[in-house]
Design a protein around this ligand. Structure first.
Ligand code: CO8
Length: 257
């Protein structure tokens, strides 16, 4: 079993993988070494047939307080441009399997962006979101200006990105950035992952892909792709089993194939 320095990984129950960001002294600031490990763990779990849903979390105090400002502060334009700084930090969006962010404490800057790269966000009442980059002379670099607009609308996103003001779990829930506020956010995220892991894996992955088309593209293209993925379900054993089980009034036994 691989041991990491900046993250913790575990398999808390069948079908579920948990990744915990673990740089407590820096409030889980996102550094290049942390992302190298996160990407490695994500790739390993995505390739593991025993894993059908993932949960990403931080500590009670911080999901992640942003990209590591100390790592970034002396970088020049030519460094970040030529080295494609943070380009591979969005690899999490290429996961086939559903991933839930369980957010407690600070989710600022890159931390908010990382949460938004997940498929579902659940927030503890203590969660504090924000895109404060403007306060340190930069702008969001990993989707903050794009995904926030889609999640909560242009006027709110514009206000938050231009002022850098933090916003609460309650605001995030009212605006639809998170699906709910939960007192025991990690337990609830694991329970939700358990529900998803209980579905046929092919259907869960196709559903995720189809929802992401709606999120990323136009309606016409989304409806076309949805129909194609829907048709594809009829090539799976799980479709035969799922519909037969319904007709026979019994629970389906998924083969995830
Ligand atoms: N980078 C580096 N170190 C950090 C960061 C950070 N983003 N945030 C906190 N830390 C460190 C502090 O420096 C401090 O270290 P030390 O003990 O050595 O002084 C330690 O964590 C504890 O922090 P504080 O003492 O500041 O704790 P407070 O409770 O007083 O404040 C805050 C907590 C409000 C969260 C405060 O730490 C803060 O404002 N942090 C910076 C937030 C921020 O500006 N984030 C945006 C960064 S820019 C960015 O994310 C660009 C995105 C790029 C793409 C990312 C793709 C995923």
């Amino acid at each position: 079993e691989r041991q990491y320095e900046h993250i913790l990984t575990s398999l808390p129950s069948p079908g579920i993988a948990l990744i915990t960001l673990n740089r407590p002294k820096a409030l889980n600031a996102l550094s290049s070494p942390l992302f190298a490990e996160l990407n490695e763990a994500l790739a390993a779990f995505d390739a593991d047939d025993g894993v059908r849903a993932l949960v990403l979390t931080g500590s009670d105090r911080a999901f992640a307080a942003g990209a590591d400002i100390k790592e970034m502060k002396d970088k020049e334009y030519s460094d970040v441009y030529q080295n494609r700084f943070i380009e591979n930090w969005s690899r999490i969006t290429h996961l086939r399997k559903p991933i839930i962010a369980a957010v407690s404490g600070y989710a600022l800057g890159g931390g908010c962006e990382l949460a938004m790269m997940c498929d579902i966000i659940l927030a503890s009442p203590t969660a504090v979101f924000g895109q404060p980059e403007v306060n340190i002379g930069i702008i969001p670099g990993a989707g903050g200006t794009q995904r926030l607009v889609r999640a909560i609308g242009k006027s709110r996103a514009m206000e938050l990105v231009l002022t850098g003001r933090p916003f609460s779990a309650a605001e995030a829930a009212a605006w639809g950035l998170v699906s709910r506020v939960s007192e025991d956010v990690l337990a609830d995220a694991l329970a939700l992952a358990g529900q998803i892991a209980g579905k046929g894996a092919v259907a869960a992955q196709a559903a995720k892909e189809a929802v992401n088309v709606a999120y990323e593209g136009s309606l016409a293209e989304g409806l076309r792709q949805e129909r194609r993925l829907f048709h594809g379900m009829f090539a799976t054993r799980d479709q035969k089993e799922g519909m037969a089980a319904f007709a026979e009034k019994r629970k389906p036994t998924w083969t995830h194939s």
